[in-house]
Design a protein around this ligand. Structure first.
Ligand SMILES: O=C(CO)COP(=O)(O)O
Length: 248
């Protein structure tokens, strides 16, 4: 049995006042709600603030990125050790925005995953095809290649996979529950090929325009273990409704 998990990816949104409002709104709703693991990934400068805001709640802390290097002359980078000091437990790695806009390569993504696991944290590894790749009928080929490039069999710790079709991110166009399930089933099959029975404990999340009105149907699918939520995680009520849908 894989406990459902819902992860808020705030991306480059927020501010001191807005964060305080959002987290306190969420905490009010979460009283007594425990069936789902809930993680918030704020921008790095707000990790210390959010660490304090979520104190004495069931909410956990995540980061949106981490350096593959451990220390030294790497301007602008944030190391795993630094993230650990703020109570970070999860790190989103290889988000398509980092792959596409910041040109992170498969190899870099694999190195970052290794660094996260070596640091004792859990990488939330994003994979997903573009619209063009889907239209050409290559979605599964792309996913298989991305999974193989991660050298998952070498990771000595737990990790999460997030399937985020690029065409569904921030577009309001969600993959249908059937489309998502088909890809998740394929991902689970690939994980079994790579990891044998170890694959059964790996959570596979769906991301891409998850909202309160589609979350229930998506999370009801047998191979979807929760969600990675962007825009809808910026509103307390909306995000809470998504978390509740995961626990049902
Ligand atoms: O990229 C995402 C989460 O990492 C999805 O973003 P949206 O939920 O805004 O589509």
């Amino acid at each position: 049995m894989r406990t459902p998990i819902v992860i808020a990816n705030w991306k480059m949104n927020g501010g001191l006042a807005a964060n305080a409002n959002l987290v306190s709104g969420l905490k009010k709703q979460l009283v007594g709600q425990q069936a789902t693991t809930i993680v918030i990934c704020p921008p790095a400068p707000y990790l210390a603030q959010v660490e304090q805001l979520i104190e004495s709640s069931n909410i956990q802390l995540g980061a949106q990125n981490a350096s593959e290097y451990s220390v030294g002359a790497y301007t602008g980078e944030v190391s795993l050790k630094m993230l650990q000091e703020f109570g970070v437990q999860y790190v989103i790695i290889g988000h398509s925005e980092r792959r596409v806009i910041f040109k992170e390569t498969d190899q870099q993504v694999a190195e970052k995953c290794k660094a996260v696991v070596a640091g004792g944290l859990v990488p939330v590894i994003c994979i997903g095809e573009s619209l063009e790749e889907r239209q050409q009928g290559n979605a599964q080929i792309v996913i298989k290649k991305q999974l193989q490039a991660l050298s998952l069999e070498e990771l000595r710790g737990s990790f999460i996979i997030a399937y985020e079709p690029i065409w569904a991110i921030g577009t309001g166009e969600t993959a249908s529950p059937e489309q998502a399930q088909e890809m998740h089933e394929f991902i689970r099959f690939q994980l079994r090929e790579l990891l044998a029975e170890r694959a059964d404990s790996v959570k596979v999340l769906y991301g891409g325009s998850v909202k309160s009105d589609n979350a229930g149907q998506l999370f009801a699918m047998p191979d979807i273990d929760g969600g990675l939520v962007g825009g809808a995680s910026l509103q307390a009520e909306e995000f809470f409704a998504i978390c509740r849908a995961a626990g049902n």
